[in-house]
Structures are given as structure tokens and as C-alpha cells.
Design a protein around this ligand. Structure first.
Ligand SMILES: C[S@@+](CC[C@H](N)C(=O)[O-])C[C@H]1O[C@@H](n2cnc3c(N)ncnc32)[C@H](O)[C@@H]1O
Length: 209
């Protein structure tokens, strides 16, 4: 792990329970995306979640009939979800095996998690996610909108976390270059602190024979 990822994971590790408690309400735009996502892939579809955090989105996806594999890079989030009785795997999507013995997933859900991946690594992560998703399967991710990168301390996490900010054209190019097609981005989605977000959906392109 790079130093930035290491420090970011340590920051979440320290305050995972506070984060989970503070963020238990699904924001409207995320709820709408989950409902649309579930309706598109259908009941029983298998979803790989990257960065489950406090488990908020997985709960709603399951209520809507999806079969979610929870994962997180932060040990305290994994422990917290296990304490709640859920299976959850400690996974760094940049290096760890994300495949499933049951075969390719129908979709990948990565809300506000890949914003911690270094810009030069995002293509690798997205290609690895594409490799474990069936042709036509969905990707939905969100990142903070902006330029450059930086450390930020806010919310229930007391120590600084490292963020990579994205603009829509650059993000679209990276996603399309990593095996995903039909990329659609909603820009300027308002966050809680005056920041804006990019919410992206795409489909896994054809898989080479
Ligand atoms: C802002 S929280 C979002 C959690 C949850 N998805 C949500 O929307 O509430 C960021 C999540 O990304 C995870 N994360 C941190 N660094 C990461 C990395 N390099 N790759 C993937 N996930 C990472 C954190 O452990 C945490 O679960």
C-alpha cells in the first residue's frame, strides 16, 4: 500500500464506528441510484461492493433483493460488519483477488470509495473489476468532483484522508479505457458540505472469447 492509502485506511480504522453511526441515512441521489440499479439487474443479481463502510448501501440493496458481497480495505469496517452478522472480506481492489467462485458478478457498486485510489491506479482497479463482471454487467461509482488531489479532515473521521478529485471527461475516459461502455455521468451532485460529486454508471463491454 502507498503511504497515502495507508494513512487513509488508518484514519477510517480509528473512527469506523463513528462513521457508520453518522452515515446511516442513504442520501436521496444514492437511494435513487440503488433503486434504479436493482431494477436494472433484477432480483437475485450478484453485486460486488467495494468499500462497504458501515454497510448502509448493502442493507438497502439486500432489501431490494440483491445478493451483495461486502468488502472493505479498512479492517475496522470489516470487523464491524462481521459483528453485525454479515460476511465481509478485507479487500484492496488494486491488488487483492476480487473474483468469486460462483463466477462473474452481475454488477459492481463502489460508492465514495474509489476516490481514495491514486489517479494513476484507477485504470488498473477498474480493469480488475471489469475482469470479474459478466458482459453487460453494471458498474456504479461515485467520486468527488474537482481538480488535483489533497488531504481533507472532516465529518466523523478525525484524521486526514487522501482524496483524488475527478472531472467528468477524464473519469469517463479512464472508465471507458478499462473495459466499460455506455458511460453516463451525473455531475454537480450536491454533497453535505458544499462539495459536489460525480455519479457514474457504465456497463461491462463485450468480453473477448
Ligand atoms: C467515504 S467512505 C464510503 C463508505 C460507503 N461506501 C458509503 O458510501 O458510506 C470510503 C470507503 O472507501 C474505503 N477505502 C479507503 N481507501 C480505499 C482504497 N484505496 N480502495 C478502495 N476503498 C478504499 C474505506 O475503507 C471506506 O469504506
Amino acid at each position: 500500500m502507498s503511504e497515502a492509502v495507508d494513512d487513509t485506511v488508518r484514519a477510517y480504522d480509528l473512527d469506523a464506528a463513528a462513521y457508520a453511526g453518522a452515515g446511516s441515512q442513504v442520501p436521496d441521489s444514492v437511494r435513487a441510484d440503488i433503486e434504479h440499479f436493482a431494477a436494472t439487474i433484477g432480483t437475485g443479481a450478484r453485486v460486488l461492493e467495494i468499500g462497504s463502510g458501515g454497510g448502509r448501501d448493502a442493507r438497502l440493496m439486500e432489501e431490494l433483493g440483491l445478493d451483495v458481497r461486502r468488502t472493505d480495505i479498512t479492517p475496522a469496517f470489516v470487523a464491524l460488519l462481521r459483528e453485525q452478522g454479515h460476511a465481509c472480506d478485507l479487500v484492496d481492489p488494486l491488488v487483492d483477488d476480487v473474483s468469486s467462485p460462483q463466477g462473474p458478478y452481475d454488477a459492481v457498486w463502489a460508492n465514495a470509495s474509489l476516490l481514495h485510489v491514486a489517479r494513476h491506479h484507477l485504470s488498473t482497479v477498474l480493469s480488475r473489476l471489469a475482469a470479474v463482471t459478466r458482459a453487460g454487467g453494471l458498474l456504479r461509482l461515485s467520486v468527488k468532483e474537482g481538480d488535483g488531489e489533497g488531504w481533507s479532515t472532516h465529518g466523523s473521521i478525525r484524521n486526514p484522508r487522501h482524496f483524488t478529485y475527478w472531472r467528468a471527461p477524464a473519469l469517463e475516459a479512464v472508465v471507458a479505457g478499462a473495459g466499460w461502455s455506455g458511460v453516463s455521468i451525473r455531475a454537480g451532485v450536491a454533497g453535505k458540505r458544499g462539495e459536489t460529486w460525480l455519479e457514474l454508471t457504465a456497463a461491462r463491454g463485450p468480453v473477448a472469447a
